[in-house]
Design a protein around this ligand. Structure first.
Ligand code: NAD
Length: 488
């Protein structure tokens, strides 16, 4: 069985940490590899190498830096299937979901290839008498990326290609629960021969994160994970004077109006709630049925939940396991708490067992009804295949549910009415809005947004925001006294 290595200063090195943990296939509980949680000293070594590499890398012309991304895109395409299978093996999602995730990762490389346009500065000639003024976008230095477990292939790419092409050096720490996908990506990066230290991989947990947050050579931190950790990372990195962007957790309401199309809406909402076993930050968590939508959608969503085929992600199934035994126990505990708080479990996916995968961490889709809006579970991110149904009289009540929640990652509306849709997109106080779309995941040329308890910072990952985040602006005000020149 392989023990995963770090990639530091252009070389694969073993961590000396005795804090070693297994990486499981969540469908079978089989141990796929082991990963050592790197020490602060090992993380500092990666930062040191990045710091040293930065001075030269930033001077490599942009037109040459972008060539690395063109080659990266080609190599990711070549290894697309293998990478997708690795995601399914370590994370549990279906192969189709893993392919979708890798497609979005590659799309981010493609968008980052537009750096030569999107990092241009501005120029104003004669802005005052004899004065020209312009901006230059320059790289920041060493940038840290800290990723969550649920998209091992995609989420690092919200940041990585933009940071590198803009001239920064990067230290990436994947989730210790799913380190295999980034190990593969770094074997590709090694082949591409980035100068040593420009891009490093440090496997680890809290100790490695704290080292990245505290080291003064790290200029910027991009984090994605739960809101509790996001708040912690944001506060600690900002206190150390860094530029920080932290995407956090979610509790996403989907509003269904009476004029929504029954079959297509049911399918899309079920995919949103139960796809990736509900472990998406854009998973539908609450379905809010408005007026006459109540009866038909109550029935159709129950049915869609009960019929969803669950199993090993490399087989022909619609939903895989959750990430760990702890996660399964936590989610089942929340379903019990919901019952104690007044909910009825109308589709019960607890204690699921899949033939041939009896050791896996499976839960089947679960539907809660009658859960009071002021209950703990109605305000808690479950991060599993659990959808609660709520009933309201009109759009105002639905918007109140959205805007009073502590999170603000996504809200969606299903309707045939343009008027309702316009009001909804304007008044829902969230970062990502879906209209007749159940997972409003922005494509790579748009920022992956988020608001309130779901995002801490200003600029997001992906697209123009990422270029702005990974560059600082310098303003030059320039005057040249008129030469009484004999040259002309
Ligand atoms: P997590 O917060 O447990 O871990 C995220 C990262 O932080 C990992 O690399 C982990 O090693 C590190 N970490 C964990 N605890 C830490 C601590 N106490 N101190 C320092 N570092 C720590 O998140 P997760 O369980 O891996 O991911 C799931 C969460 O991520 C969910 O809440 C989900 O909603 C959220 N998420 C959000 C988005 C978004 O765009 N808003 C996208 C994906 C996932």
């Amino acid at each position: 069985m392989s023990s995963l290595l770090n990639f530091i200063a252009g070389k694969w090195v073993a961590s000396h940490s005795e804090n070693v943990r297994p990486v499981h296939n969540p469908a079978s509980a089989e141990v796929l590899a082991t990963v050592a949680l790197s020490s602060a000293a090992e993380t500092h070594a990666a930062i040191e190498s990045a710091h040293n590499a930065f001075a030269e890398w930033r001077r490599v012309p942009l037109t040459e830096r972008v060539q690395f991304l063109f080659r990266l895109k080609a190599r990711l395409e070549e290894d697309f299937e293998e990478l997708s299978k690795t995601i399914t093996l370590e994370c549990g999602k279906t192969l189709a979901e893993s392919r979708g995730e890798m497609r979005r990762a590659i799309e981010n490389v493609e968008v980052a290839c537009s750096a030569s346009v999107l990092t241009q500065g501005l120029f104003s000639e004669d802005i005052a008498a004899g004065i020209d003024e312009f901006t230059i976008r320059q790289p920041l230095g060493v940038c840290a990326i800290i990723a969550p477990f649920n998209f091992p292939g995609m989420i690092p790419f919200w940041f990585l290609p933009y940071a590198l092409v803009a001239g920064n050096a990067v230290v990436l720490k994947p989730s210790e629960r799913v380190p295999l996908t980034m190990a593969h990506v770094f074997r590709i990066l090694e082949e591409l021969r980035f100068p040593a230290g420009v891009v490093s991989l440090v496997n680890g947990g809290r100790e490695a994160v704290d080292a990245l947050l505290d080291d003064e050579r790290v200029q910027a931190v991009s984090f994605v994970g739960s809101s509790a950790t996001a708040r912690y990372v944001y506060a600690r990195a900002a206190a150390a004077g860094k530029r920080v962007q932290c995407q956090g957790g979610a509790k996403n309401p989907i509003v269904i109006a009476a004029d929504a199309h029954l079959d297509s809406t049911t399918q899309v909402v079920a995919d949103s709630a139960f796809g990736c076993a509900g472990q998406r930050c854009l998973a539908a968590s609450m379905a809010v049925l408005v007026g006459d939508a109540r009866a038909p959608f109550r029935d159709s969503l129950r049915q869609a939940a009960a019929n969803r085929l669950t199993g090993f992600g490399l087989d022909a199934v619609q939903m895989g396991p959750v990430i760990s035994a702890d996660s399964k126990t936590r989610i089942q505990g929340l379903i019990e708490t919901a019952e104690q708080e007044g909910a009825r479990v109308t589709v019960d996916g607890r204690n699921a067992s899949i033939r041939g995968f009896e050791g896996g961490y499976f839960l089947k889709p679960t539907v809660l009804e009658g859960l009071p809006l002021d209950s703990n579970v109605a305000r808690t991110e479950i991060f599993g295949p659990v959808l609660s149904l709520h009933e309201v009289d009109d759009l105002d009540q639905a918007l109140a549910i959205i805007n009073q929640g502590q999170y603000g990652n996504m809200a969606c509306l299903f309707t045939s009415s343009g008027d309702l849709a316009r009001r909804f997109r304007s008044e829902a106080d969230v970062g990502n809005v879906g209209i007749n779309v159940g997972v409003a995941a922005p494509m790579a040329m748009f920022p992956f947004s988020g608001a309130r308890g779901s995002f801490f910072g200003d600029l997001h990952g992906q697209g123009r925001d990422a270029f702005q985040f990974f560059t600082k602006q310098k303003v030059v005000v320039e005057r040249w006294p008129r030469a009484v020149s004999r040259l002309f």
